[in-house]
Ligand binder design. Structure first.
Ligand code: HEM
Length: 329
């Protein structure tokens, strides 16, 4: 596998970079991580979020238009290898895939760059995140932790969601159960800045759009599924050929907020086709691979930069803590 020492050096470089960029977030990231680790579903040796997943391999081929947006090496030409992890968003590594509490589904992609180096993109199967700041995210996690269904209403989580309509929409939207990891669309929600060879900068958000038709299950269909149907279905689907996703960037118009991942930009915004991800197989030992693997929203490369969105640096710090926790257990 390609996750060993090289991965550790990469982790150190990305975390140190994020820490230097936003050192003031360290204690907030720690508080968030500790609150997430309190989730009753969280288990030793697993991620504190998106704990159940499956690791795959494949390739990315850039489209002709990709280089007009970004000079990043994987957007220039040719084909690069990718590692892809699909996941249920729950903290519980044994959550049934057909539970309404298993979401949001995740798709994390690591590109091996020509000439060396790595860069990551993570997507979530909901357009628009729950909140826009780390402070709000901490309040959300704490409200969920403080909710005891045996207590009278309103529960802390009900109070939080009542005051945060976009978080309520996120919770409702991510309760949907996809027919397949290969029929869901995934969104970075966080905004990044793309730089082309002429130095032109444009802000945008990533989308992984399935080549297959998007399909979610009805409640009756979901009930008939087995607890691990998403990984089983993916293996069956892959046996019939690659599972494809279009990588698309939605560009911000002047004035569109880039610092709040919960504010969705209108659908009429210009999009650029960046290329196609073809997932070809599940890795030989997915459980060992996923423990050793960690994706970072700040693992960027020349041609892709952070925007004023506060979440990526904060997330990288929290992901590193989650990674360290599962190595110790
Ligand atoms: C304040 C905001 C957020 C916090 C604190 C947070 C926290 C976390 C943590 C601690 C993990 C476990 C990481 C690991 O152990 O490897 C995780 C995983 C993940 N998060 Fe977030 N998250 C946030 C927002 C988001 C957003 C906006 C997205 C949108 C794409 C996202 C997508 C994912 C995905 C796809 C994974 C699984 C990665 C994998 O497969 O290894 N998260 N998150």
């Amino acid at each position: 596998m390609r996750f060993s020492l090289k991965g550790a050096a990469f982790l150190a470089a990305v975390v140190l970079g994020a820490g230097a960029a936003q050192a003031q977030d360290k204690s907030l990231a720690q508080q968030i991580f500790e609150a997430m680790a309190q989730d009753p579903g969280a288990k030793p040796g697993y991620r504190v979020a998106h704990a159940k997943g499956i690791v795959c391999e494949g390739t990315f081929v850039p489209s002709a238009s990709a280089a007009t947006l970004s000079r990043a090496a994987h957007f220039r030409a040719g084909s690069v290898p990718v590692t892809v992890r699909f996941s249920d968003g729950s903290a519980d590594p044994f959550v049934p895939d057909n539970s309404h509490n298993a979401g949001p589904r995740g798709m994390a992609v690591r590109f091996t760059l020509p000439g060396g180096g790595l860069t990551d993109i993570e997507g979530q199967a909901h357009n628009g995140f729950a909140v826009g700041t780390g402070e709000e995210f901490l309040a959300l996690v704490k409200a969920a932790a403080a909710t005891d269904p045996s207590r009278p209403h309103p529960w802390p989580i009900e109070t939080f969601l009542g005051a945060h309509p976009r978080a309520l929409k996120f919770v409702q939207g991510t309760a949907v159960i996809p027919a397949s990891f290969g029929t869901a669309a995934y969104f970075s929600n966080n905004a990044f800045v793309f730089v082309n060879k002429d130095g032109v900068k444009q802000a945008g958000r990533y989308q992984f759009l399935p080549v297959a038709a998007r399909r979610d299950l009805s409640d009756d269909e979901a009930k008939a599924m087995s607890p691990n149907f998403l990984s089983q279905e993916l293996r069956t689907r892959l046996a019939n050929g690659p599972v494809g996703f279009r990588l698309v960037v939605q560009l911000a118009n002047a004035g569109d907020p880039t610092n709040d991942a919960s504010l969705v930009w209108p659908d009429d915004r210009r999009t650029i086709e960046m290329g196609t991800i073809s997932v070809t197989s599940v890795v030989a030992d997915s459980d060992t691979a996923q423990k050793a693997l960690v994706f970072f929203p700040t693992a960027l490369t020349d041609g892709i930069e952070l925007s004023d969105d506060p979440l990526p640096a904060l997330r990288t710090s929290a992901y590193a803590l989650s990674f360290a926790r599962r190595q110790q257990q």
